[in-house]
Design a protein around this ligand. Structure first.
Ligand SMILES: [Zn+2]
Length: 150
């Protein structure tokens, strides 16, 4: 009876330990915080894969893993790392494109907000001089350059 329970616990532990190795996607998405960005998540997952690779290397060096298992696991990890890298680059590219579009929108909004040059409106007759002038083109009144003397 105790042996059976012990065996069950051991099996459960083994499954628990093996699950992230067998399905890194599922494990990652279930523990994924809501506010994390896809790019940050990809980066994190890549780091996890590299950690696993390091562990694998270590365990192989320590003689805990057979050479054949080591090779196949290593190829799995490397393939996963390559796939994550490609996805990260795509996501990064998309983010960059978004940033470019955002910048263009911002520039257009700013240029639309620029008011017509009203610094050279004559205080005497109200004539809107179209170019920077010292004296009103209509009545000759001296115009204060507000852009230079705020
Ligand atoms: Zn004037």
């Amino acid at each position: 009876m105790f042996l059976a329970i012990g065996l069950l616990i051991a099996l459960g532990l083994a499954a628990f330990v093996a699950t992230p190795l067998l399905s890194p996607e599922g494990a990652a998405s279930s523990t994924l915080p809501v506010d994390i960005t896809p790019l940050a998540d990809l980066k994190r997952r890549r780091l996890v894969v590299y950690e696993n690779l390091k562990d694998l290397e270590f365990e192989f060096q320590a003689g805990k893993i057979a050479a054949q298992d080591y090779q196949s696991l290593r190829e799995n990890y490397l393939g996963e790392a390559a796939a994550l890298m490609a996805t990260t680059q795509e996501a990064g590219q998309m983010k960059e494109n978004d940033a470019v579009i955002e910048r263009e929108i911002a520039v257009r909004r700013t240029s639309r907000k620029i008011p017509p040059p009203r610094d050279y409106v004559c205080p005497h007759c109200g004539f809107e001089n179209p170019v920077p002038v010292k004296f009103c083109g209509e009545c000759g009144t001296r115009i204060t350059d507000r852009s230079r003397n705020p």
